[in-house]
Design a protein around this ligand. Structure first.
Ligand code: ARG
Length: 274
C-alpha cells in the first residue's frame, strides 16, 4: 500500500515535470558526436525573361529551361550558392534588380557601358551579335536598307538601340514589342518589314518555324556583344561567387558541355576564351 502511494506520487510528479517542460526553452543539444548542421544556404532569386529560346524559355510543364539555366546552375554549383529562377518581363527586369526583388539576372543581357552605370556585370559568358530577319522574298540586303522601312524590335534591347539609331529617335517606323518572338510573329504576319534581334534567338526561330519563310542577314555595322550575369551595383560578394563559378566551369569543360547541349557543337575558340 505504501508502494502504491509512492508510485502515485512519482507518477504525478512526472506529469508535472512533463507539463512544465512544455514552456521551458529548449536547451541547446550538446555537440557531442554529430557536428552542427550547416546553416541553410541562401537561395538567390534569379530574374529572367523566359521568352527567349534557346537561352531562357518555358517548357511544356512551364518550367524555366535553356542554356542560361543550365549555365547558371553549373556556375552556382561551383560558386557555392543556390538559385531559383523567376520569370520576369524584360521591361521591368532592371528595376526588379535595382529594387532588390531579384538578386541577380541572367537573361542574355548584353554588357553595355550604359547598363554598367546602374548594375554590375559578371565576366562575359557568351558572344552574340545582331541579326536581321526578313522574309525570303525580301529585297533587303543590308542594315542600311531598313532606313525607311518598318522594323520590329524588343523594347529596350540592343536591337532596339541600333535600329533607333539608324531610323532616328522619333521614327514611327520602329515597332517595339514586349518580346522578341512577338516581333518575329509580326514579321511573319507582314506587319513589319524586318526584325533586328540577337543572332541566337533569331536563328532558333527561323530553324523552328520553316513555314514562316525567313532568311537572315548579318551586317558589319553590328558590333560584337557579350552576355553577362547582372547583379545589383556594388554587390561584390555575389559577383565574386559568380565569376569564381564561371572560371571553374570554363576550366573543367563543363561550359563546353552546357554549350553543346543547346547549340550542338563546341563553342568557337573566341567564345570559349571570352
Ligand atoms: N541581348 C539583348 C540585350 O541585352 C537582348 C536580350 C533580351 N533577353 C531576353 N531574355 N528577352 O539587350
Amino acid at each position: 500500500r505504501k508502494f502504491l502511494k509512492t508510485a502515485a506520487l512519482v507518477a504525478a510528479a512526472a506529469v508535472l515535470v512533463a507539463c512544465g517542460k512544455k514552456d521551458e526553452p529548449v536547451a541547446a543539444a550538446p555537440a557531442a558526436s554529430a557536428p552542427p548542421p550547416p546553416p541553410p544556404a541562401k537561395v538567390y532569386v534569379v530574374g529572367t525573361d523566359a521568352a527567349y529560346a534557346p537561352f531562357e524559355f518555358q517548357n511544356e510543364k512551364g518550367e524555366i529551361v535553356g542554356f542560361s539555366v543550365d549555365l547558371l546552375n553549373a556556375v552556382a554549383a561551383k560558386g557555392g550558392f543556390e538559385v531559383k529562377f523567376v520569370n520576369t518581363p524584360w521591361e521591368g527586369i532592371f528595376n526588379a534588380l535595382g529594387q532588390g526583388d531579384r538578386d541577380l539576372l541572367i537573361s542574355s543581357i548584353t554588357i553595355t557601358d550604359e547598363r554598367k552605370q546602374t548594375m554590375d556585370f559578371s565576366d562575359p559568358y557568351f558572344d552574340a551579335y545582331q541579326l536581321i530577319a526578313v522574309k525570303e522574298s525580301s529585297k533587303i540586303a543590308k542594315f542600311d536598307d531598313l532606313k525607311k522601312l518598318k522594323v520590329g524590335v524588343q523594347t529596350g534591347t540592343t536591337g532596339d538601340e541600333v535600329v533607333t539609331k539608324l531610323l532616328g529617335k522619333n521614327s514611327t517606323n520602329v515597332k517595339r514589342f514586349e518580346s522578341t518572338p512577338l516581333a518575329l510573329k509580326e514579321l511573319e504576319a507582314g506587319g513589319v518589314d524586318a526584325v533586328v534581334a540577337d543572332n541566337g534567338v533569331v536563328v532558333n526561330f527561323v530553324t523552328n518555324n520553316p513555314g514562316a519563310k525567313f532568311k537572315t542577314i548579318t551586317d558589319k555595322a553590328f558590333l560584337p556583344e557579350q552576355y553577362g550575369v547582372a547583379v545589383k551595383k556594388g554587390n561584390a560578394e555575389m559577383l565574386a561567387k559568380i565569376n569564381k563559378g564561371l572560371a571553374a566551369i570554363k576550366a573543367d569543360g563543363t561550359y563546353d558541355k552546357v554549350f553543346a547541349k543547346t547549340f550542338g557543337a563546341a563553342p568557337a575558340p573566341a567564345a570559349a576564351a571570352a
